[in-house]
Design a protein around this ligand. Structure first.
Ligand code: AMP
Length: 396
């Protein structure tokens, strides 16, 4: 895996694809700068070596035309603040202003190009557009894990124009190493915890990870499709009736792969989908009509904690209950505690994919697990075993 550590950037212009697709408030101020911070180590290292940096990113979905709301100039002050230097801002992507500012760029300086998605050619993966961008740099660096699952001009196609001079940034390296630590060389026992709403959105992940995991902890809404498939009573719980056969097949596949499955034993049920609903605790397969399973309960929490305590590698995707409602967050919070404890005792823990990251941040677990992925969709696709175009473009 070639990274920026394999190059000397002195007097070189590094063309870096970053993912600065950050959330903003109504005045376009950045409300969460995690993605900008995540790119800082790569940018800093190149600048320290005496290189110049040209940053390319998208922001939002401007649909191929200029739209001030999506201009990267609105995030430039945040980038400057985080990098601790003045960032030069281009008014266009591959136009005269960008060209002139690239030509005048000196070692130690940073230039931020306009939103690459102001050109429809970006998302189409257009070669000419990629070539025009490529002309700006000596070395192409991809540090945009969050968009690595897209075969766009600046994330993948552009790499063709740098047959020798293309590499991963440090964030990409970290993300890929973390995935490998679980999927390729995870120390055993390897435990995956899959929660969230639906079996249908996790089935590809399950199929892909079965050969490498030892334990599968299931929770969240998808529990009830499994429980119903096994003949349990689930009341009004979330269920995918067209996935009952699939749930049975998954359990058989787990057995074939010697994967121990831990379905919830008991759960907190509610008489409607609201934080103020009446609550009871029952076994998972004994939910009365009119009630629904909203969170795992104490027996399950104990069972999960025991499995996690004995794991050396942990992968976590998806909540174990409706954590957005405080009365149904306990199962997910205590799971976070168990993973934090195992991590402290030497296990490697990776949290990622979809919304899991929002949860760990909201509850302060981001510093207590080994790695929190910055790429929701890209991490999900990696866990599903798909080759990410942004990764393949550098490796091949
Ligand atoms: P996902 O994006 O598939 O990881 O699903 C996350 C969502 O699953 C969260 O918004 C949770 O509220 C929801 N969820 C978790 N447990 C349950 C449950 N028992 N019933 C309904 N929704 C749930």
């Amino acid at each position: 895996m070639k990274t920026i550590n394999d190059y000397n950037f002195e007097n070189k212009k590094a063309l870096i694809r970053v993912d600065f697709n950050v959330p903003q408030d109504e005045n376009l101020n950045v409300t969460d700068d995690t993605r900008i911070r995540a790119a800082k180590p790569t940018i800093d290292k190149i600048l320290q070596q005496g290189g110049a940096v040209i940053l390319m990113s998208h922001l939002g979905r401007p649909k191929g035309e200029f739209n001030d709301k999506y201009s990267l100039k609105h995030i430039a002050s945040s980038v400057s603040e985080i990098l601790g230097l003045e960032v030069i801002v281009a008014n266009d992507v591959i136009g005269d202003d960008a060209k002139q500012k690239v030509n005048n760029l000196k070692p130690g300086q940073v230039l931020l190009l306009e939103n690459v998605r102001f050109h429809a050619e970006e998302e189409k993966g257009d070669k000419d557009f990629a070539k025009a961008l490529a002309a700006f740099g000596d070395i192409y660096v991809n540090d945009a894990f969050g968009t690595a699952h897209r075969a766009h001009a600046s994330t993948a196609v552009i790499a063709e124009f740098f047959p020798e001079n293309k590499c991963f940034g440090l964030l990409m390296e970290q993300e890929l190493t973390a995935i490998n630590k679980v999927l390729a060389d995870g120390e055993k026992p390897v435990t995956a915890i899959l929660g969230g709403a639906k079996v249908s959105s996790k089935i590809t992940i399950i199929n892909n990870i079965l050969p490498v995991i030892d334990n599968l902890i299931i929770g969240g809404g998808m529990t009830y499709t499994f429980v119903k498939a096994k003949g349990g009573k689930i009341g009004n719980s979330l269920v995918e009736d067209d996935k009952l056969e699939l749930a049975k097949e998954i359990l058989i596949e787990c057995e074939k792969h010697n994967v121990k499955v831990y379905l919830p034993i008991d759960n907190v049920i509610a008489d409607n989908f609201s934080n103020d609903a009446n609550r009871e605790v029952t076994n998972v397969g004994e939910i009365p009509d009119g009630w629904m399973g909203m969170d795992v309960a104490d027996e399950t929490i104990k069972q999960n904690a025991e499995v996690i305590k004995n794991s050396k590698t942990i992968l976590w995707n998806g909540p174990l209950g409706v954590f957005e409602m405080s009365n149904f967050a306990k199962g997910t919070v205590t799971l976070g505690d168990a993973i934090a404890e195992a991590t402290k005792n030497g296990a490697f823990s990776l949290v990622g994919g979809g919304d899991s990251v929002a949860f760990v941040k909201q509850f302060g677990y981001d510093d207590k697990v080994s790695y929190v992925s910055t790429g929701g969709g890209a991490m999900l696709e990696s866990l599903e075993g798909k080759e990410l175009p942004g990764v393949a473009a550098i490796l091949n």
